[in-house]
Design a protein around this ligand. Structure first.
Ligand code: SAM
Length: 495
C-alpha cells in the first residue's frame, strides 16, 4: 500500500488498480453509468472529490472462486473509483475504516452495514431496493436474530415497519426451523435448559413452544389427499417429525401399520431397502425398520435409547416415531441433526457423555475396515474413526466400550449390537481364507461375555446380495469365493 499515513480514519493515496469492488459488501444493485459520466466531466474541469472509504480484508475469495490472502475492498465511492479509472488517474484519496486488515468472512455483516451507512448519507443515495437487499442479506446470515428490526432500521435510515415487511418471510422461516429443533429435542427427552443452550433462546420461550405443538389440522390436510411431504413443507418441518406428530398416541403396532412396515414375529429381519423417509444418506446407513423392530421387542414408550455412533441419525428418527427418548453421539455432527452431539469415544481416555442410565443401547459401529475411506473423510486425524484401527486396536476398543457401558448401565439395560462378519474373502477362495485376518460375530460375542454382557438373542438381518452384478457373482463362483451377506443383531443383558 502506498500510504502517506495509515492510522485509523486518516486519508491516504491508494493505487486505483489495487482496489476490489465486492458486489456483496457494496450494496448498490447496479452501478449508474450516468453518475460515472457526470464525475468524469467534473474531473475534467478539476473538481475535487471527498475520499472514498476502503478496508483491507483477509481470507477473501474473489468472484471466480480464487482464494486471495489480502485484498482492499471499497466500502463507499464506487462511482468515483470508476470515474478515476476511466480518466486514467493512478491514485485515489481514500480513508480506511479500520487501520488493520480484518477477516472477511467473520466481518461480512459489519462490512455490509458500514458500507450501507455511508451510502445512506451521501449524494448518490442507496435506492430502496438496495437497502432491502442489505436487510435481507443480513437477516439470512443471522439465524439467531441478533440484528433486530429496529437496529437494522436505524442503520439503513428507514422506519422499522419497512424492515419488518422486507425480512418477515426470512425471520418466519428461521423461527420455523428453530421451532422444529425445539419440538424434536424436547420429544427426544432433552431438558428445556439444554435446548435453550442449543437454540440460543430463553427457557420460557422453549416451554411456550413445546406446549404449542398440537397440529390440529394435519388430519384435515390428510383427508384432502395431501401426502406427508406436502404436510411437512406446510408446517416447515422435516418429514420424520411430521410423521412423529401424525402417529402420536397410537400403539406401536398401529404405527407399524401406518408406516407400511410388516411386523416380523420371528428372529429373521430381512429388509431389502432403507426407508428413505428416515435417517440421512450416510455410509453404512441401516434400515429404519430394523431399529423399529428392536424398539418394539426390547423397549416401551418413554424409555431412553442411547445411540453411541449415530451417523445419519436414523435411530433418533425412529425414536421420535415410536415416542422413545434418545441421546445420540458421533464424531461428526451437522446442523440438520441437532440431536446428534459431538462425542469421540477415545480408548485412551474413556468418558461417558450420557446424562441418564439408558434402557437400550443401540450400537451400530463401523464393521471393522468396511467403508474405511468414507468414515475417514468424515473424521479428522486427531479423532479418527475406529474403522482406521488395526485389528488389535479394534478389538481393544470394543472391550473398553463394553466395559464402560456395563458400568454405566442399569440391571435392566439391553445392548443391541449390530455387526457383520469381516472375512478376508475379497479374492480368496473359501478354503484358503486366513481366519486370523477376520473378525466375526463370534469375536463380538466373546468380547461381550468377557465384559459382563450375556447374549440373549441373535437376530439375523441380512444385507442384500443384489448389489453384485451377474459378472461379479460368476467370478466369485469360478474362484469358489464364499461371499458375506450376513449381518447379525446381538441382544445382550448384564450377566
Ligand atoms: C455404521 S456408522 C453408523 C450408521 C448409522 N447407524 C446410520 O444408519 O446412519 C458408524 C458411525 O460411527 C462413527 N464413529 C466411528 N468411530 C467413532 C468414535 N471413536 N467416536 C465416535 N464416533 C465414531 C462414524 O463417524 C460413523 O458415523
Amino acid at each position: 500500500m502506498t500510504s502517506e499515513l495509515n492510522t485509523q480514519n486518516s486519508k491516504l493515496l491508494f493505487p486505483v488498480s489495487d482496489l476490489t469492488w465486492d458486489k456483496f459488501i457494496y450494496p448498490r444493485g447496479s452501478k449508474s453509468d450516468k453518475t460515472i459520466s457526470a464525475y468524469v466531466e467534473a474531473l475534467e474541469i478539476g473538481a475535487q472529490f471527498p475520499p472514498i472509504r476502503i478496508q483491507r480484508v483477509l481470507n477473501y475469495t474473489d468472484a471466480d472462486g480464487n482464494e486471495i490472502i489480502e485484498v482492499t475492498i471499497i466500502l463507499d465511492g464506487i462511482h468515483r473509483w470508476f470515474a478515476f479509472k476511466e480518466k486514467g488517474i493512478k491514485e485515489i484519496a481514500a480513508v480506511e475504516w479500520k487501520d488493520r486488515p480484518i477477516d472477511y468472512e467473520k466481518n461480512k455483516t459489519a462490512l455490509l452495514l458500514e458500507s450501507a451507512k455511508y451510502n445512506t448519507s451521501h449524494g448518490d443515495r442507496l435506492s430502496s431496493n438496495d437497502k432491502k437487499r442489505v436487510a435481507r442479506d443480513i437477516a439470512s446470515t443471522d439465524p439467531e436474530c441478533k440484528w433486530t428490526e429496529s437496529a437494522l432500521a436505524e442503520k439503513l435510515g428507514v422506519i422499522q415497519q419497512t424492515v419488518n415487511t422486507w425480512i418477515s418471510d426470512i425471520r418466519a422461516r428461521q423461527k420455523a426451523s428453530r421451532n422444529t429443533t425445539i419440538i424434536r429435542l424436547s420429544r427426544l427427552g432433552w431438558s428445556q435448559e439444554k435446548i435453550a443452550e442449543v437454540v440460543g433462546l430463553d427457557r420460557s420461550v422453549i416451554s411456550k413452544n413445546v406446549q404449542n405443538t398440537k397440529i390440529s389440522d394435519m388430519h384435515t390436510l390428510l383427508a384432502q389427499g395431501h401426502d406427508m411431504e406436502y404436510i411437512a413443507r406446510h408446517y416447515n418441518m422435516d418429514l420424520p417429525l411430521a410423521w412423529a406428530l401424525r402417529l402420536e398416541g397410537k400403539t406401536d403396532q398401529e404405527k407399524f401399520k401406518e408406516l407400511g412396515w410388516g411386523l416380523r414375529t420371528w428372529d429373521q429381519w430381512s429388509f431389502n431397502e432403507c426407508d428413505e423417509r428416515f435417517g440421512d444418506d450416510w455410509p453404512g446407513r441401516i434400515p429404519a425398520q430394523l431399529i423399529a423392530h428392536t424398539l418394539f421387542f426390547f423397549t416401551k414408550p418413554g424409555d431412553l435409547v442411547l445411540d453411541p455412533m449415530a451417523g445419519g441419525g436414523v435411530v433418533s428418527d425412529v425414536c421420535l416415531l415410536f415416542e422413545r427418548k434418545c441421546q445420540a453421539f458421533d464424531l461428526t455432527t451437522r446442523d440438520n441433526r441437532p440431536e446428534i452431539q459431538y462425542h469421540y469415544w477415545d480408548p485412551q481416555k474413556w468418558t461417558w457423555p450420557v446424562t441418564k442410565k439408558p434402557d437400550l443401547i443401540f450400537f451400530d459401529p463401523p464393521y471393522y475396515i468396511k467403508k474405511e475411506k468414507a468414515y475417514r473423510e468424515k473424521a479428522n486425524e486427531k479423532a479418527p474413526s475406529i474403522s482406521s484401527c488395526t485389528r488389535e486396536e479394534y478389538e481393544r476398543f470394543f472391550e473398553g466400550f463394553f466395559t464402560l457401558a456395563h458400568k454405566q448401565s442399569k440391571e435392566t439395560t439391553r445392548m443391541a449390537f449390530l455387526n457383520a462378519d469381516w472375512r478376508d474373502f475379497e479374492s480368496t477362495p473359501a478354503s484358503k481364507e486366513k481366519p486370523d485376518k477376520s473378525i466375526t460375530i463370534f469375536d463380538y460375542h466373546r468380547l461381550l461375555s468377557k465384559t459382563g454382557w450375556e447374549t440373549i438373542h441373535r437376530i439375523e438381518c441380512p444385507l442384500s446380495s443384489e448389489r453384485l452384478s451377474g459378472n461379479q457373482v460368476q467370478r466369485m463362483q469360478d474362484k469358489r469365493i464364499l461371499g458375506t451377506v450376513g449381518r447379525t443383531l446381538l441382544i445382550a443383558k448384564r450377566s
